[in-house]
Design a protein around this ligand. Structure first.
Ligand SMILES: [Zn+2]
Length: 67
């Protein structure tokens, strides 16, 4: 059940980290889903921080209007 930490480069065959989106030897992109996952994670964090900021501003504005 253990996933190997190393995989072979599709272009040159050298062993690279399976988490690496590019081969460290030839720079060939490995077509990993990790890059897409990181992109989605980035957008989720961006959206979450935006929502948190919006909520914070709403509470802040409300507290200002009420003396
Ligand atoms: Zn390579």
């Amino acid at each position: 059940m253990d996933k190997p930490l190393l995989k072979s480069c599709k272009a040159c065959g050298i062993e690279i980290s399976r988490y690496s989106p590019f081969c460290r030897n030839c720079g060939h992109p490995q077509g990993s889903n990790l890059a897409i996952g990181l992109l989605i994670l980035f957008f989720i964090i961006l959206l979450a921080s935006y929502m948190a900021f919006t909520v914070y501003c709403a509470f802040h504005t409300e507290s200002l209007t009420i003396p």
